[in-house]
Design a protein. Structure first.
Length: 478
């Protein structure tokens, strides 16, 4: 018999988190499933919520599970306060790889030429959001708080509102929300907005996103707004900015462990006088990786005195490289790095140390602690947590962060060197400024940024959103 969570008494209240992926990795070996908790920022931040009481996290377990083994998976995930939504490979291809990442992702990042508006993608996106709702209803009662995460589930607030009219629903989007002129390009724009306004509270990383959403909703739907509140069918929907943080203590303390200290010694061995510039990104056309490389090339051309004295340590984490656009981007990066290194290398130096792979967190911590400069220049980014992880890892309060003005983090980390990611000269000059920056100025800037990252950490983000959701619901009742 399947594990059943649902409490029909209506007297118990829990928080139900719903996201595309559950915070676990599932490994199948010898016909046995092993469940490994994720270490990501969202899983860390929401851990205290879904692991407490009878609260639950609903989402896709990450692999296709045969029907005859689904009850087994439900039982095992139930022990972790998790409940699965089972998806087929076809659904993943159309709903996730298709609509989520070939329509919403490029449009929301202002890269509309990458978008493919396929009807089959949209049809599957709707049906999968319905499937998420049906799975959620198995664990929900009318008094529960529901917190839906991100762009894969934009229709879910509206679907659940129809099923549970008086429920408390929050929604948070982790990627940017575009301007009206960009969003209106999506053929199914009204349906998406009607889904979103099923929530009581809609959160974004920045006020710019809030402003874009309110402007878009009031122009495309028959609703009006007052300040940051939308009025629809006698319901009020509050739209606010909640900048997401990281687990500051985790990254700050990691650098003090013996394992990470050894990684730092190994990394710096033979490079004591080298200035290290660190770049870490997932493979994606929104990250500005090629532009970053072109800025480094420009630097070596304009300032040959830095040849042999600086090194870009560039990590690109594999992502969707079977998709033609991503495969092409990887080839362009590989070719550019190869040409740049061939042109400038010497017997004992290359300008770019390039790794197309992921690294364990201990190695990343050592890199954060070792790098003199962290170069974070996405073309668009909802927040960008790498910038905050670098700051949290700088226990000596030195180092320089170069940050794109198009990243949400730039609104908080104002002591970074903020650049336009499209301006190669701007990036080059920021690198030169960072290389020349006196230690005292580095420490003044880094100390201020560390205070911000420490105070507005991921638990603050979670608590702030939940508190505001409760306030919004209470005000609706009064």
């Amino acid at each position: 018999m399947a594990f059943i969570y649902v409490d029909t008494s209506n007297t118990s209240m829990k928080t139900v988190i719903i996201s595309n992926r559950l915070p676990v990795k599932i490994i199948e070996e010898n016909n046995e499933y092993t469940f490994i908790p994720s270490e990501g920022g969202l899983a860390t931040g929401l851990g205290d919520v879904y692991k407490s009481g009878n609260s639950i996290w609903v989402g896709w377990p990450g692999i296709e599970v045969p029907e005859e083994r689904q009850e087994e998976v439900i039982q095992k995930l139930g022990e972790l306060n998790l409940y699965p939504v089972f998806l087929t490979q076809e659904e993943i291809n159309l709903y996730y790889e298709g609509f989520s990442n070939e329509v919403l992702w490029p449009v929301f990042h202002y890269l509309v030429t990458y978008a493919h508006y396929e009807q089959s993608y949209w049809d599957c996106y709707k049906s999968v959001n319905d499937k998420f709702a049906k799975s959620a209803m198995k664990v929900l009662n009318r008094r529960d708080k529901i917190w839906i995460q991100d762009y894969q589930l934009l229709l879910l607030p509206g679907i659940l509102r129809e099923k549970l009219p008086n429920s408390t629903i929050g929604f948070f989007q982790h990627i940017p929300f575009p301007s009206y002129e960009i969003f209106r390009l999506i053929p199914w724009r009204e349906e998406i907005l009607n889904g979103l306004i099923g929530a009581d509270l809609i959160g974004f990383h920045t006020y710019d996103d809030v402003r874009h959403f309110i402007s878009t909703a009031t122009r495309l739907l028959p609703i009006n707004s007052s300040s940051n509140v939308l009025n629809s069918n006698e319901r009020q929907i509050v739209i606010e900015a909640f900048p997401m943080g990281i687990d500051f203590e985790k990254f700050s303390s990691l650098t003090t462990t013996e394992a990470v200290k050894q990684e730092i010694r190994d990394f710096r061995n033979g490079k004591e006088d080298m200035k290290i510039i660190l770049s870490i990104d997932r493979l994606d056309y929104s990250k500005g990786i090629l532009e970053r490389l072109k800025a480094l090339e420009l630097l070596l051309q304009v300032h040959p005195e830095y040849i042999g004295k600086i090194e870009l340590f560039m990590i690109v984490v594999p992502s969707r490289d079977t998709v033609p656009q991503y495969h092409e981007l990887r080839e362009q990066i590989d070719q550019f790095v190869g040409n740049l290194n061939a042109r400038y290398r010497s017997m004992d130096w290359i300008p770019v140390n390039y790794f197309y792979r992921s690294f364990p967190i201990e190695v990343l911590s050592a890199l954060y602690a070792s790098a003199d400069i962290c170069l974070v220049t996405p073309m668009r980014d909802g927040m960008n947590l790498v910038s905050k992880e670098y700051v949290a890892s700088r226990n000596e309060e030195d180092g320089v962060l170069i940050l794109s003005e198009m990243a949400g983090a730039s609104k908080e980390l104002t002591d970074a060197l903020v650049v336009n990611p499209n301006n190669l000269g701007d990036i080059m000059e920021a690198i030169v400024t960072a290389l020349k920056m006196p230690q005292e100025e580095q420490q003044t800037r880094m100390k201020a940024m560390r205070a911000i990252v420490e105070k507005f950490n991921v638990k603050h983000w979670v608590n702030n959103f939940i508190l505001r959701l409760n306030e919004v619901k209470d005000s609706q009742k009064s």
